[in-house]
Design a protein around this ligand. Sequence first.
Ligand SMILES: Nc1ncnc2c1ncn2[C@@H]1O[C@H](COP(=O)(O)OP(=O)(O)OP(=O)(O)O)[C@@H](O)[C@H]1O
Ligand SMILES: [Mg+2]
Length: 242
Amino acid sequence: MTALLQIEDVTAGYTSDIDILRGVSVTVPPGSIRGLIGLNGAGKSTVMKTACGFLTPRRGRVRFDGEEITGIATHRLLRRGISLIPQESSLFPHLSVEDNLRLPLRAARRAGLSSDDALERTLERFPEIHGKLRADAGSLSGGQQKMVEFAKAHMLRPRLCLIDEPSIGLSPKIAGEVFGWIRQFADEGMAILLVDHNIRKVIELSDHTYVLTLGEITAEGPRSQFEGDMHEQVREWLGLNF
Ligand SMILES: Nc1ncnc2c1ncn2[C@@H]1O[C@H](COP(=O)(O)OP(=O)(O)OP(=O)(O)O)[C@@H](O)[C@H]1O
Ligand SMILES: [Mg+2]
């Protein structure tokens, strides 16, 4: 089966003298959830930025659905069906929730997607947003804002959703809901690349997980491989208890 996203041997950084990613290869097949775990500063968000065109690698390639997309701008990739739910908020706090939801559709101008139809479909998935459409996005709680972020991605009906640290700063209960949305997105056919500090949850949700250490993939495997000995190994690699 052709991979939907293929990051191949990518070396990338923010300045010409420092490589943050060194020869990273990550693959996401259609409709699957793949996990990426690693310590703070390992380069997880940098992998996400490379996949959605925010950062152009200096070596290696990125392919989407078999076509090379290395260096293609983010808004064009949005149009092709790649969405990012970033680690930091991407909402405009002084715009209404509804405007925040409709904005990416305008930016993406995806053929055949009407803003009204998309909103209706998205509100079916996230009915709690109905009563908040006119509120400023910035007036909502952290959990509600995260829901709007997910709804915003859902509006575009992406083929690939890059989800960076979705549970950060949320209570365990709300974080549990967030992981439920990710499962539902996958059930709707979206492929997902998931980064989160809740390593247990990433491994549980993903069919295959990559371990990133100082910009290099140091281990990877299917869920079953992260049980037993692998569990101990990952703890050791990451120096973490989980
Ligand atoms: N815009 C930037 N300009 C320069 N350096 C950056 C930039 N963004 C990140 N870095 C550096 O790149 C390295 C990797 O950062 P990145 O955000 O990808 O890590 P991460 O694994 O996502 O960490 P965290 O778990 O804290 O989110 C860090 O050393 C960071 O300081
Ligand atoms: Mg990060």
